[in-house]
Design a protein around this ligand. Structure first.
Ligand code: PLP
Length: 377
């Protein structure tokens, strides 16, 4: 018989979602109110203010899209890329590949800058791509490539785009709240993130931010945005401050309580402290993993603290180990994607998951599983 669902208690150390603190779950359980209720409007205003802090921006157009990170990605591309626009797309993992797919579907003309999976995006290649394609109107790159654990130099990449008069779209789904993201200082025009990675909120919301230059580009479009739901000019009427808020769609009211709480917690901790905590926990985990003989996929200087990709030792059945971790230790870690499937593990230290007890639990569980695996071999 089907009755109420009770999830198992897990420790989430994969590529997201991350552990959600009870305080955020409690916030989500508060009574649902109408999405046009003045009290909800106040929550929306506060959420925008808190997101500006998280993104380190003054952008007026900063809000959460009512859908997961992939929708934030799509919102950036469908609004900012018109048919025929040349877009330089950096691809050093799965999510850069998705950006490329978005450019194609918007009718853009992509110029792909490829770097090896596990490497950061090479700014020299991006510069060369702009020199060969001076008509390019846009640069798109992933700041924190969750498929490999590599971080790219967003400031350097955005500066090159500016030099060539292009706008920049940045994926900061995995970096926001975990490593420095400085939208204004770096001169990023559009950025999108996700609620369930280093913000440690429940999945399903995508914070986005757009610069004044990006808004101008949307206003100057030759044709309407193909997507009705993601058309910024329509969503604006819903998210605008002060004025008359009109019905666009029904906001996910309770998940919005959760995001608000997650952002309040981030502000209480302080961004710098959150970044330092992710870094400290990464160093703890690194020592433990290296003691187990595991080696990292990404070169030390490009490593993301919140996503630790390690090579699976030769002869080890990686899926069997992950299954044991889940069933015996209630611990979720991530598998490799694409070309890296079966070859790497991705151990996340995102948001509330980046705690010492988790690091020790993970190291202990891996030690037991790998020891057993070797004895069986
Ligand atoms: C998780 C992730 C996404 C997609 O977010 P969803 O919430 O799963 O749609 C996009 N880009 C990066 C880098 C991610 O890690």
């Amino acid at each position: 018989m089907i009755s109420s669902f009770t999830p198992p208690q897990r420790i989430l150390m994969g590529p997201g979602p991350s552990d959600v603190p009870q305080r955020i779950l409690d916030a989500m359980a508060r009574p649902t109110i109408g999405h046009l209720d003045p009290a909800f409007a106040e929550l929306m205003e506060q959420t925008k203010t808190l997101l500006r802090y998280a993104f380190q921006t003054e952008n007026a157009l900063t809000f959460p899209v009512s859908a997961p990170g992939s929708a934030g990605m799509e919102m950036c591309f469908v609004n900012l890329v018109e048919p025929g626009d040349t877009v330089i797309v950096c691809r050093n993992g799965v999510f850069g590949g998705r950006m490329l797919e978005n450019v194609k579907r918007c009718g853009g003309v992509p110029v792909v800058v490829d770097d090896a999976w596990g490497a950061a995006v090479d700014p020299a290649k991006v510069r060369a791509a702009f020199e060969a394609n001076p008509q390019a109107r846009m640069l798109a790159f992933v700041h924190a490539e969750t498929s490999t654990g590599a971080q790219s130099d967003a400031a350097a990449l955005a500066a090159i785009a500016r030099e060539f008069g292009a706008l920049t779209i940045m994926d900061c789904v995995t970096s926001l709240g975990g490593t420095p993201v400085r939208v204004d200082e770096w001169g990023i025009d559009a950025a999108y993130s996700g609620s369930q990675k280093c913000l440690s909120c429940t999945p399903g919301l995508s914070p986005v931010t757009f610069s004044e230059r990006a808004v101008e580009r949307v206003r100057a479009r030759r044709m309407p945005v193909q997507s009705w739901f993601l058309d910024l000019s329509l969503v604006l009427g819903y998210w605008q401050s002060g004025g008359h808020r009109t019905y666009h769609h029904t906001a996910p009211v309770n998940p919005m309580y959760a995001l608000h709480e997650a952002l309040v917690m981030l502000r209480e901790e302080g961004l710098e402290n959150a970044w330092a905590r992710h870094r400290a926990m990464h160093l703890r985990l690194k020592a433990e993993l290296e003691a187990l003989g595991l080696s990292f996929v990404v070169a030390e200087q490009d490593r993301l603290p919140q996503l630790n990709a390690v090579h699976v030792p030769a002869g080890v059945d990686e899926a069997a180990i992950r299954a044991r971790l889940l069933t015996e230790f209630d611990l979720e870690i991530g598998a490799g994607l694409g070309d890296m499937a079966g070859k790497i593990w991705r151990i996340g230290l995102m948001g509330h998951s980046a705690r010492e007890e988790n690091v020790l639990h993970c190291a202990d569980a891996l030690r037991q599983c790998l020891g057993g695996e070797r004895m069986a071999a």
